[in-house]
Design a protein around this ligand. Structure first.
Ligand code: GAL
Length: 378
């Protein structure tokens, strides 16, 4: 029996409708931020980009972060999401993939944390820096890794990793700290003698030949397109701020120590009214602690302490989160979003994102908890 033509038409219409529906994104259509809640991407999955950082390029924000499963080891790599409005994010896949080669430094099972991407105008390349720990070595390697791409979406190609600044003394180091004192450096940790030796560069001397340790880190590009690498070094006791080369692929040897013995990690930097600001956390692993903030006329210091920027209930735990980045909102002058991670170490994939607007009081950045907010609050 022949079907009448109209039946063919109905089948065609139904097929078209089905195809059209499935090709459409299931974007949740967010119009506000809800810190700490599940944040779905265009495919309906909780965004998987922890310890992240954001690059803005040609009208699009790119969010790079750590892909996490149940554990925090790198099994996939660094993910990238894109957005035009900061509320709704499209999953753009893996920007830097773990390597299949078991001998690669970024093989599956390594640790790849806190990726930050900067665009280099001169070379027209996207440069990614991240904290790298080698497979099966816990956090002992303490290296910073670098990858490069022609496109913000990747694929990024892994170049190499460093223990930075080998054979270079910091600029703010006293001449007589370059030699170990006669009686040697103390071995027992946390004694007053040890604290003094730490401040006077004991670990810098120890790692002078082979390069300084590098764990929690960020990369910051200033208004003159100079890029800096900021990292938790000296057994996580001291931050190191280093100027990168013009292509952002190497260290220049110009570097300073910040807050020796201050135990800062998770650094995030931004600039306002001629000052550089930095927000960091203390040192309690995945567990939250009170954030800190600092200000300096130049990124190379000296830095002045401003105290905990978080205020109100749970400020002593930074609203159960740890800083990762401060995002300047495009088209809104002096508007910054504090980006932080609420880690879930029992099931890392469930880690939440705490984004809050930065307010100002007496030239100090202030962060208040908000259950829900949007960009009109700037
Ligand atoms: C945190 C750090 C995280 C991760 C974790 C591992 O202090 O900020 O990025 O390295 O320790 O315990």
């Amino acid at each position: 029996m022949k079907y009448p033509k109209s039946k063919y038409l109905i089948v065609l219409i139904l097929l078209f409708a089905k195809f059209n529906l499935s090709s459409q994104s299931s974007s949740p259509g967010y119009t506000a931020f809800r810190p700490g809640e599940i944040w779905k991407d265009n495919e309906g999955n909780h965004i998987n980009a922890h310890g992240g950082g954001i690059l803005f390029k040609d009208g699009i924000y790119y969010w790079y972060g750590e892909h996490k499963g149940k554990s925090s080891l790198a099994r996939v790599g660094i993910t990238v999401y894109s957005s035009e409005d900061l509320y709704n994010w499209k999953n753009e896949g893996v920007a830097l993939s773990v390597a299949k080669d078991p001998d690669s430094e970024i093989t599956s099972g390594s640790v790849m944390e806190r990726p930050k991407v900067v665009y280099n105008k001169k070379t027209d390349k996207y440069v990614m820096w991240f904290h790298l720990e080698l497979k099966d070595q816990g956090y002992a390697a303490a290296r910073t890794g670098i990858a490069i791409s022609d496109s913000p979406l990747g694929p990024f190609t892994y170049l190499k990793s460093y223990r930075p600044n080998s054979k270079q003394w910091p600029q703010n180091f006293k001449e007589d700290w370059k030699e170990t004192a006669k009686n040697g450096d103390p071995e027992e940790w946390w004694t007053p003698k040890w604290r003094k030796a730490l401040k006077e560069g004991m670990f810098v001397r120890r790692d002078f030949e082979n390069g300084q340790m590098s764990r929690d880190m960020t990369v910051y590009m200033d208004k003159d397109d100079t890029a800096y690498h900021i990292t938790s070094s000296e057994e996580n006791q001291t931050l190191h701020i280093s100027k990168l080369t013009d292509d952002y692929l190497d260290f220049t040897g110009e570097w300073v120590r910040m807050q020796p013995g201050g135990q800062n990690e998770a650094p995030a930097i931004f600039e306002k009214d001629g000052y550089c600001y930095m927000i960091t956390s203390g040192l309690t692993g995945w567990a939250p602690n009170a954030a800190r903030s600092f200000r300096a006329k130049s990124i190379m210091g000296p830095w002045e302490k401003l105290g905990n920027p978080a205020v109100g209930e749970n400020a002593d735990k930074t609203f159960f989160s740890q800083s990762t980045f401060v995002l300047p909102v495009q088209g809104k002058e002096d508007s910054f979003i504090f980006m932080a991670d609420r880690w879930k170490p029992k099931n890392h994939i469930n880690g939440r994102y705490i984004w809050l607007p930065i307010e100002w009081e007496n030239e100090k950045p202030i962060i208040r908890w908000k259950k829900e907010w949007d960009l009109s609050s700037f």
